[in-house]
Design a protein around this ligand. Structure first.
Ligand SMILES: Cc1cc2nc3c(=O)[nH]c(=O)nc-3n(C[C@H](O)[C@H](O)[C@H](O)COP(=O)(O)O)c2cc1C
Length: 204
């Protein structure tokens, strides 16, 4: 179990329903992460919301089944791999779209192309969000395209070479001896504050 940094910040792990802790109605932050960067962003959003007095439940959808019920709002985050968000996440959002569309919602998408210096490339990242939302039928109030990271040290040799080639094409770092983070944390915090404005003041 991850250490609880604040009584309002719950990191749900293991089997069972999400947001099942005794606390005021939380905001669900559900994410799918493969290399850890989307998880890092999800937890940062959680910390920011908690700092605003809003209870949150941060759930790793790859580890735990979760239903977006009994919550005040929902943030969903996922990374782009091989030009798409995952089919599993697409199925989860599609399955719950009625509930999601009835709540204040935000979707953040983590990719390398979002880090590009070229506006045209960053447009691709935004296009992937549009495609995901069109395919799932979810209409969140807020979206954020945010740059992720290159975790060269955790990739196997084949993936390392592949990612270095992709990075070279998009002007990213090609030094595979270390990891590179591109996330704009100020933009992440801004997204959290915009979500707070959509969700409304903390429950009394
Ligand atoms: C196998 C793999 C495929 C990827 N494909 C893309 C891609 O098509 N477009 C892109 O912009 N970024 C791509 N990325 C970069 C990821 O979106 C980026 O590393 C992100 O930070 C990963 O988030 P995560 O650590 O939460 O999984 C890929 C990364 C990996 C490891």
């Amino acid at each position: 179990m991850r250490p609880q940094t604040h009584p309002n910040l719950v990191h749900t792990e293991g089997p069972g329903a999400c947001h099942n802790k005794p606390m005021t109605q939380p905001v669900l932050i559900a994410f799918e992460s493969h290399g850890g960067q989307t998880a890092r962003i999800a937890h940062r959003l959680g910390t920011e919301l908690v700092a605003q007095g809003i209870a949150v439940d941060v759930v790793d959808l790859r580890k735990q089944a979760c239903t977006p019920s009994g919550v005040r709002g929902v943030i969903v985050g996922a990374s782009v791999r091989y030009g798409r968000h995952s089919a599993a996440l697409r199925r989860w959002v599609t399955a719950h779209r009625a509930a999601l569309n009835a709540l204040p919602g935000g979707f953040f998408s983590v990719s390398l192309v979002a880090a590009s210096q070229r506006a045209q490339d960053r447009g691709i990242a935004k296009g992937l969000i549009d495609t995901f939302l069109r395919e799932t039928g979810w209409t969140p109030a807020l979206t954020l395209s945010v740059a992720g990271a290159l975790h060269y040290r955790q990739y196997n040799i084949v993936l390392r070479l592949l990612m270095r080639r992709i990075a070279r094409r998009s002007g990213g770092d090609t030094d595979t001896s270390r990891d590179h983070e591109y996330t704009d944390w100020a933009a992440v915090d801004g997204f959290a504050h915009a979500m707070v404005a959509k969700i409304g003041p903390p429950a009394p």
